[in-house]
Design a protein around this ligand. Sequence first.
Ligand SMILES: [Zn+2]
Length: 153
Amino acid sequence: MRCIVPVNQPEAILSIYRDTPSEELLRFHNLGAPLPTTTGHARLLISMCMDHRKDLLLPNEFAYVLRSAGGNLRDSEFEVSYAIAVGGVATVALLAHTDCGMAESPGSGPSSSRDWPNAAAEMWTLQQRTLIAMQRAIRLVTLSGLCAKRQCG
Ligand SMILES: [Zn+2]
């Protein structure tokens, strides 16, 4: 069973995220770790909602940040490919939030904004679409790399 784990102390960071850019993200944003002036290069790509109420506490140059309705990566294949192929990131963080107005938009969201099971289903569907788009982008980057090595353009 999947569940949401609040990260409000270092011990709450799951072991699979230790020593990864995801741990850095959680330490900066959730735990208020001191922000260095810069990280020098992007460590990850963050996809998050365009909601004006949401913001991130991150150092400069720490991440590529894509903001869209509901944090959806649909039609962002170029941006994802760029962050991976040119920016060199290997981690993508998909950030969702409660009371997302984008999940409530007419024709695309649950019938009741307070109906969490429906909203969770919508978010699951959104994440699946996002994963498919990301797999396509990664395949595109991989194929481009193979063609460059073989000089097949
Ligand atoms: Zn939102």
